[in-house]
Design a protein around this ligand. Structure first.
Ligand code: IMP
Length: 449
């Protein structure tokens, strides 16, 4: 039941114009390319969670880019791009990202930033460095291997409520300065007592922060708008909307490999929640999975490759963090985890898969595919993966796929891999895209395999 224009109830159908792109692994699945492809048909692209811990690599007619906070629809002059309330924004980083894109003639006339998004403050970043140092020196707490972008401490302050800053705080210059003095001063003083040996904290002063944030404020303030109203109207008008995911399902704090996860929800439903898009509007969920898996940071990884294969794939697939440059750990595709991630994200039973980097995996002579876990089969606990031993199918590599654009023309060994994923790996969701290279057109479409 909906209100119609006249404010009375109506039984009109609910529009289903929303596509969600979600990572099905530990991030870095190649979402950037998929979002860039789908953004061409979207009137609105929304980034709803995470921060500049994310790094979406995109190659298109404008050049080669890594986006951290700016939604990927920014390259299309007719698309509106929204940074929604679930995102944590580090204003100086957003400013830098916008400046770099502007220098390549990208326009920001159609970027909207929710006033309710939270800010990453310099003390969040400094605290994360200090925690890491303490962890390494004294073994205090769990080593997660974060991106050191202040994401965890920023979400901690959001949940704590009394010491958080939001984009709305940037609207008035004077009020921002007042709040910085009132709230920032005691936070800094306390952190300096808590971490007396932390260099990054010792160097931090309110004056430095004020200047840095006021400069960034000038730059981004014109893009602060009432995004809720805008999204609501777009839904009512049936406009095609794309929710752009960051990180991946296994990094979700509730459904991932906790505590080795990020701090914001990253599943398809979390994206709906943090953009104010009710899940019933979702007509497609495109889950992105790589033909092998990578993970940065610490945490269990049942199908992690032996060092020789890991090294080879890392070099072939350029598996180094888009945000931090860290080498990614590499592993074989794990069907138990893939099935799990598909189940978690299958809103309205509309999940389909975009399968990426199949060209890279095929370059190995021998390929393994994790089918299920020896002990627990399908009934594993995602928080206890350390105790799992995968059972593998052994297959042959399929060679170069760069020039292939049709499912039928895939080599026999590539078909064998896809068949094995279904037949013994239990995959029952369609694979509708296969990516065979980084360029937009290196994509096999509508496979339905
Ligand atoms: P944080 O999000 O910086 O707190 O990091 C927590 C964990 O999530 C670490 O293991 C990071 O490496 C991982 N992580 C966060 N963002 C990404 C991403 O965009 N790709 C891959 N891993 C990520």
């Amino acid at each position: 039941m909906l209100y119609n224009q006249a404010g009375t109830f109506t039984n009109e159908r609910i529009s289903m114009s929303v596509t969600v792109v979600v990572g099905l692994q530990w991030g870095d699945e190649g979402k950037g390319k998929v979002v860039d492809l789908l953004a061409q048909d979207a009137d609105i692209v929304i980034r709803s969670t995470g921060g500049n811990n994310a790094g979406h690599s995109i190659i298109n007619e404008h050049g080669k880019f890594v986006l951290h906070l700016v939604p990927a629809g920014i390259f299309n002059p007719n698309t509106w791009n929204v940074i929604e309330r679930g995102v944590v924004i580090h204003p100086p980083s957003l400013m830098k990202e916008m400046q770099e894109l502007r220098s390549k003639k990208v326009s920001f006339d159609r970027l909207m930033i929710s006033p309710d998004a939270h800010l990453v403050m310099p003390w969040h970043i400094a605290e994360e460095y200090a925690r890491k140092e303490e962890q390494q020196k004294y073994g205090v707490g769990v080593e997660i291997g974060t991106t050191l972008r202040g994401i965890g401490p920023a979400y901690q302050h959001k949940a704590g409520r009394t010491e958080a800053f939001t984009v709305a705080d940037l609207i008035s210059r004077d009020q921002f300065i007042q709040k910085l003095e009132k709230i920032g001063a005691p936070i800094l003083a306390w952190l300096k007592i808590r971490y007396p040996n932390a260099d990054t904290l010792a160097r931090l002063t309110l004056d430095v922060i004020r200047d840095e944030y006021l400069e960034a404020r000038e730059y981004i303030a014109p893009n602060i708008r009432n995004t809720r109203q805008f999204i609501r109207s777009a839904l009512m008008s049936d406009l095609p909307i794309l929710l752009e995911g960051s990180q991946g399902t296994l990094l979700d704090p509730d459904f991932g490999t906790y505590p080795f996860v990020t701090s914001s929800g990253v599943t398809a439903s979390a994206m709906c929640m943090y953009s104010g898009v009710l899940p019933q509007y979702v007509s497609r969920v495109v889950g992105v999975a790589k033909a092998y898996i990578t993970r940065v940071g610490e945490g269990p990884f049942p199908t992690e490759m032996a060092p020789e294969d890991g090294f080879r794939i890392r070099e072939l697939g350029k598996e180094f963090g888009a945000t931090t440059g860290r080498p990614r750990r590499c592993g074989w595709l794990d069907m138990a985890l893939l099935r799990y991630a598909c189940e978690v994200n299958d809103i309205n039973e509309k999940l389909e898969i975009a399968f990426t980097k199949m060209d890279i995996l095929g370059k190995l002579e021998h390929v393994k595919l994790g089918l299920y876990y020896e002990n627990s089969g399908n009934h594993f606990d995602v928080r206890s993966l350390d105790s799992e031993t995968p059972v593998y199918a052994m297959l042959r590599g399929w060679g170069d796929l760069h020039r292939i654009r049709s499912h039928d023309l895939l080599p026999r060994d590539a078909h064998a891999y896809l068949w094995e994923m279904r037949q013994h790996g239990g995959l029952c969701w369609p694979i509708n895209y296969i990516s065979v290279g980084p360029e937009r057109d290196q994509t096999i479409l509508s496979v339905g395999a």
